[in-house]
Design a protein around this ligand. Structure first.
Ligand code: ASP
Length: 338
């Protein structure tokens, strides 16, 4: 029996046509599939269209639409491929990693840097590779398949705006590569037990990311703490918090002890460790905040949005939930943080 795959269209460059106003998504998922001959040799594909958007416009309601669709179709299909724009693909893959946990069935997010109808394009290879990976019985969970690489859903970052190798796996190896249709696994995926999958469709949107820049006005923290449920600060280096912001942070956290506060680093690779320098260590010691360590910003944001919206995670268990590894999102964390 051929494995059954559901191909879900959401838009993106892969589905774009040229218009006088610039590229705009218009191909539906069945049209995308018509560009990939021979898929019936290795799987049986059905198609579904959820929206047709430039991923600039994808929001948490679209993540929920995708995860609800997969939940509704979970018993009917062996795997899912979501065609998506590249610009916010890393956020969507991270969000789906928390919205669909412990899935034995693979959920692949893919797209392209060039429309599928162009003579020279990465779209056809990416889509074919994604279907191949989704049809493999050893594939599980949420990942991105792009430019011959398989990236855990929590580890992707769009690093290039134009080249075909747009995505990198940050602080984690590629799970696999696909070369000329051959799948080579570097990190074998352990299959979650059947029935272990858990769906969670809500995300708390009141989570903000603030990038520290030299001389940032500390009064911005007042607005953020009054309006956010959670906030992620992109600090300097391994986790440096300027003295003039640390004071405001302490004051706001004293006023709003229920808010979830996370310190990330604006350096893409190698992660945070706030204990290295005095400018981070004192803040970490004195304030009840979390740090991202080797997680990506996209994963930290989605994880915070999930934790704050999950009624099964009380305030007292937020740190434990944040530091528990989900879909390869976190490998290193500090002693005493778990
Ligand atoms: N702007 C497009 C999008 O994210 C870019 C792409 O798909 O490559 O939908």
């Amino acid at each position: 029996m051929k494995r059954k795959i559901l191909l879900i269209g959401t838009g993106g460059t892969i589905a774009c046509r040229k218009t006088e106003e610039g590229l705009a998504p218009s191909f539906r998922s069945e049209e995308l599939l018509s560009y990939i001959p021979g898929t019936s040799d290795f799987c049986q594909v059905d198609t579904m269209q959820l929206c047709n958007l430039d991923s600039t416009n994808i929001r948490p309601e679209h993540w929920a639409q995708i995860s609800r669709t997969i939940e509704a179709q979970y018993e009917t299909y062996d795997g899912f491929v979501v065609c998506h724009g590249t610009d916010t693909m890393a956020y969507t893959a991270a969000a789906l990693s928390y919205m669909i946990r412990d899935s034995a069935r693979p959920v692949i997010v893919t797209g392209a840097q060039k429309p599928i109808s162009e003579a020279s394009t990465d779209a056809r290879v990416n889509l074919r590779d994604s279907l191949l990976y989704a049809a493999d019985p050893d594939s599980h969970g949420v990942c991105i398949v792009f430019d011959g690489k398989v990236i855990a859903g929590t580890r992707a970052r769009k690093e290039r705006t134009k080249s075909y190798n747009a995505f990198s796996s940050i602080n984690y190896p590629y799970l696999a590569v696909i070369q000329d249709g051959h799948l080579i696994r570097y990190i074998p995926e352990t299959a979650p037990t059947a029935g272990a999958v858990r769906f969670h469709h809500d995300m708390d949107r009141r989570v903000y990311v603030l990038k520290f820049t030299p001389g940032l006005d500390p009064s911005i923290l007042t607005w953020i703490f009054e309006n956010a449920d959670g906030v992620i600060f992109e600090s300097f280096g391994v986790g440096g918090i300027p003295d003039y912001l640390a004071e405001a942070l302490e004051c706001q956290m004293g006023r709003h002890p229920e808010k979830m506060v996370v310190v990330a680093t604006q350096v893409v690779r190698e992660g945070s460790d706030m204990t290295v320098y005095q400018v981070g260590r004192q803040v970490k010691r004195d304030l009840n905040l979390l740090e991202t360590y080797d997680m990506t910003l996209e994963a930290a944001l989605a994880k915070t949005m999930w934790i704050l919206s999950d009624p099964e995670i009380p305030v007292s268990c937020r740190a434990e939930a944040f530091y528990r590894t989900v879909n390869h999102d976190l490998v290193q964390y500090g002693a005493g943080d778990h």
